[in-house]
Design a protein around this ligand. Structure first.
Ligand code: ADP
Length: 310
């Protein structure tokens, strides 16, 4: 599978590195406005190939993306310390309009995987600028928040994060919703798991974990400027689900017809991801507070759509 990555800053290059290590693609083409940067990353990553999987990694321009099954969009301007993801919107939308215009003639059949923030609105923007069906324009959304949630719950309960079945839904950002009510350890509800194993899962502890998940990006940015390894691995995971037609259930963002009465809104739900992109969305049972929070998250995102529509 050939994968193109447009924007090879920290996120795009980390995605390429994760894909090379995991054997996600047979060919990876890196495109950046800064051609020297793309070329340097391509060389550096290709030097890891003898220790990784068989893959060709090279830099190129838009024409070199022809035949790519997936194009990752990670171009744009990074989040500054203290800046919300939503504040990035205007700057990144302008970049994306230009990028999508250049991509469409070259890769009319590709799936687009959006990583730039604010990712839900950038997903909406690409859908709008490209005219593609929502199933083929996939934002990384809360795939990383879900991973962070599973890590923290797993650490607290003393089990592997892979055995924690729990999702963060809604916006990839401040209004995201960590769904506790249906979260499971294996196939045991978390409350029951905690009781059976003598661990406590108080309301305070749950709030502490939800806050840590929500604030993880801010914490990491204050320490090292930006976040990239986690999202890089998450992008590789989504690409694998597409490449192998896995029909994996992943929390990713697409433009959704109706979320709690809010129409045409891009946000994350658990979705089935395979060769055709997102083929279905799941509607997990939510308690009243989670339902209200998801509606609020949808409203928060929808309020910013006019910035792209105009
Ligand atoms: P992040 O942490 O989100 O990866 P970076 O600033 O490290 O942010 O990377 C963003 C990358 O996007 C930069 O390498 C920049 O050169 C690139 N970029 C910006 N605008 C464009 C564009 N129009 N086309 C291609 N690449 C772009």
């Amino acid at each position: 599978m050939k994968i193109g990555i447009v924007g090879t800053g920290m996120v795009g290059s980390s995605a390429a590195f994760a894909m090379a290590l995991r054997g996600t693609a047979s060919e990876i083409v890196l495109v950046d406005r800064n051609a020297d940067l793309a070329s340097a990353h391509a060389q550096d990553i290709s030097h890891a190939v003898p220790f990784a999987r068989a893959v060709t990694v090279r830099a190129g321009d838009y024409a070199d993306l022809a035949g790519a099954r997936i194009v990752v969009l990670a171009a744009g301007v990074g989040q500054k310390p203290g800046e919300t993801r939503l504040a990035l919107l205007g700057r990144n939308a302008a970049v994306f309009r230009q990028v999508v215009e250049q991509l469409m003639p070259v890769v009319p059949d590709a799936l687009f995987l959006i990583a730039s923030n604010p990712v839900d609105l950038m997903t909406y923007a690409v859908r709008r600028f490209s005219g593609l069906p929502a199933s083929r324009v996939i934002g990384s959304g809360t795939i990383l928040d879900t991973a962070r949630f599973r890590v923290l719950v797993g650490e607290h309960l003393g089990i592997a994060p892979r055995s924690v079945h729990a999702y963060v839904l809604g916006e990839h950002g401040d209004s995201e919703v960590a769904v506790w009510s249906s979260a499971m350890a294996g196939n045991v509800p978390l409350e029951a798991f905690a009781a059976q194993t003598g661990r406590t899962l108080t309301a305070d502890k749950r709030a502490e974990i939800s806050d840590a998940v929500r604030n993880a990006a801010y914490t990491i940015i204050s320490g090292k400027g930006s976040t990239y390894y986690g999202i890089g691995a998450g992008l590789a995971r989504i690409a694998e689900a597409i490449g192998a037609d896995e029909r994996a259930v992943l929390s990713v963002s697409t433009v959704t017809a109706d979320v709690e009465g809010i129409e045409d809104v891009p946000l994350s739900l658990p979705r089935i991801v395979g060769a055709e992109g997102v083929t279905a969305e799941l509607r997990p049972d939510l308690d009243a507070d989670e339902r209200a929070a998801l509606r609020k998250s949808a409203e928060t995102i929808a309020a910013l759509k006019p910035a792209i529509d105009e």
